[in-house]
Write a protein that binds this ligand. Structure first.
Ligand code: NI
Length: 558
């Protein structure tokens, strides 16, 4: 028990840690007496840069106290040299004044995709917040490396100050996961107790706000803490938006090694071992994930809860895609996406762009509803309208490939087939700053040969289960009723960017989805970190078997 341990060790470690320390400027730091846990309120969070956030503990400092323990984000190692073929994705050129760079790990596809998804979410939140014209800085680092384990952090500044988004990775099953995955599910309640014990000793810290945060997915998906072990075995929980003395502030709770160790999952233990003894990452250990069935048309995660409406946004956190609270004592999902097992999630997708006239109004409608979407661009169009591809990417919308020239890929082979999947990948990489992870074959026309060519680009194929036939009806009301008539939880909805009537229908479609409790996810988010390169998917998360739509593979719209 963390609580008992804390008092047992108080005599030996209390004097070293006891004390209240006032940092300079925005940083007020509190270190508790007691061995098990320390809480460090690290930043003011008033949205104005925290100029007076540190005043919180002012006046109670003692001049003789020892320095506080370092913040976790200041203690991260750089282990990027241990990752073969690691590269940097730099999105700074997409839109001023953004400064966004993060690692890309071609030999750890699942981690690369998860980081890409997280960055897209950060970019979208920046737009949703109305701060589009203001600065955004995201930097990424690989701070843990072992033969079969990695840890990467994205450090960014939002309205609450500097917050880390952390993604871990195990190569077995090519599996990314977020901070809650470090903790064994059955020990989450013990973690909550240890955190409450730490917070209870600090005047002005609202323990209830920390407990509330522990029921949420971490940033950028929710307001939950980033959990970062250090090589000394301490576990640092960085709460992006705790309530400290009645105002939001970042707070860091530190559990000592003896308290932390029994809380860790097998994954958590592996991450800690990699931090203590860094080693080169071995791509040969990467294996395919499970979770697909039949011909890999479906994704069926092992845990499927009751569909629920999205949670109301919290003024101190992300604005969109918030999964319901996990509940007291229940570990939030470690999936690097909004937890679709607890959401009525759909992916609304738009093909055939970018369209120089309709791209902006389409994204305006999506942004107004704080909706995520995936745009499947034709390579030739990206070449002609690269700036619209860049703007879509800077908006944090997911971009997928839709072939080079919109041919029926299943009728192609050899160099022609290869060109149709390679050239758009390169063109999108040049315009959007990084290559796509998803591809939509025109007309849904795929076969094993197409899947293989697409897979060689590290992409999965996204088909659809709801065909609005918007290209055919060219009627906004008919587009709306097509969505209303066929959309179910987990649907991938096919629309097109290039028809004014399609874009015209979007606000009404989004209203209807909102009213019916749906949450809009990108294709990759709907895939919940389980899609494999070279496989194709008709739907995202499903709770029941649904037959492939007629015509989806042999001549639908696409
Ligand atoms: Ni198309």
């Amino acid at each position: 028990m963390a609580h008992a341990g804390r008092h047992e060790r108080k005599a030996e470690t209390g004097p070293r840690r006891r004390g209240v320390i006032i940092g300079a400027g925005a940083a007020g730091l509190v270190v508790l007496g007691g061995g098990a846990a320390a809480l460090v309120a690290t930043q003011g969070g008033d949205g104005s840069g925290g100029s007076d956030g540190g005043g919180l503990f002012a006046g109670s400092g003692r001049s003789t106290t020892p320095p506080p323990p370092p913040r976790a984000v200041d203690s991260l190692a750089d282990e990027s040299s241990k990752v073969p073929e690691i590269a940097t994705t730099d999105l700074s050129g997409l839109a001023d004044p953004r400064s966004v760079s993060f690692p890309r790990l071609p030999r750890a596809r699942g981690l690369s995709e998860a980081l890409d998804m997280a960055v897209n979410k950060i970019l979208r939140e920046h737009v949703y917040s109305g701060a589009e014209a203001s600065a955004l800085s995201v930097t990424g680092t690989v701070f843990a490396a072992g033969a079969d384990v990695l840890g990467a952090a994205l450090l960014h500044t939002d309205a609450q100050g500097e917050v880390p988004a952390v993604v871990y990775y195990r190569s077995a099953e090519d599996r990314p996961f977020t901070s809650p995955g470090l903790i064994a599910p059955e020990r989450w309640a013990d973690l909550e107790k240890a955190v409450a014990s730490a917070a209870g000793d600090v005047e002005g810290v609202d323990a209830a706000s920390l407990a509330h945060a522990l029921q949420q997915q971490p940033r950028p998906w929710g307001n939950g803490p980033a959990i970062i072990p250090l090589k000394d075995g301490t576990l640092h929980l960085v709460f992006p938006a705790a309530t400290v003395a009645g105002k939001p502030a970042a707070a860091e709770v530190i559990l000592d090694a003896a308290t932390a160790k029994p809380l860790l999952s097998e994954d958590g233990t592996a991450v800690l071992a990699a931090l203590a003894s860094p080693a080169p990452f071995d791509p040969a250990t990467v294996t395919d994930p499970p979770g697909t069935k039949g011909d890999a048309d479906y994704i069926q995660p092992p845990e499927v809860g009751a569909p629920a409406s999205p949670r109301e946004a919290d003024p101190t956190g992300p604005d969109s895609q918030l999964a319901p609270l996990s509940g007291p004592g229940v570990r939030p999902s470690p999936v690097a996406a909004p937890d679709a097992t607890r959401l009525k999630a759909v992916a609304l997708t738009f093909d055939d762009g970018p369209d120089p006239n309709l791209n902006q109004p389409l994204r305006d409608a999506l942004n107004e509803h704080r909706a995520a979407s995936t745009f499947y661009f034709i390579g030739k169009n990206v070449k002609e309208y690269a700036s619209w591809c860049a703007k879509t990417a800077a908006n944090g919308m997911e971009i997928g490939s839709h072939s080079w020239s919109h041919v029926q890929l299943s009728a192609q082979s050899g160099d022609k087939l290869n060109d149709e999947v390679v050239k758009p990948t390169d063109e999108i990489a040049a315009a959007a700053g990084r290559p796509p992870f998803v591809m939509r074959p025109p007309y849904g026309a795929r076969n094993d040969r197409v899947d293989e060519a697409v897979g060689a680009q590290g992409q999965s194929s996204q088909i659809w289960d709801v065909d609005t036939l918007d290209w055919k009806t060219k009627s906004a009301p008919k587009n709306v009723s097509a969505v209303q008539g066929a959309t179910v939880r987990g649907s991938i909805v096919l629309m097109h960017e290039i028809h004014p009537t399609s874009v015209e229908a979007v606000p009404d479609i989004l209203d209807w989805l909102d009213e019916n409790g749906y949450t809009l996810l990108t294709s990759s988010e709907l895939g919940q970190n389980q899609m494999r390169a070279g496989k194709h998917y008709m739907q995202g998360l499903v709770t029941h078997e649904i037959a492939p739509p007629a015509g989806a593979s042999d001549g639908g719209a696409g």
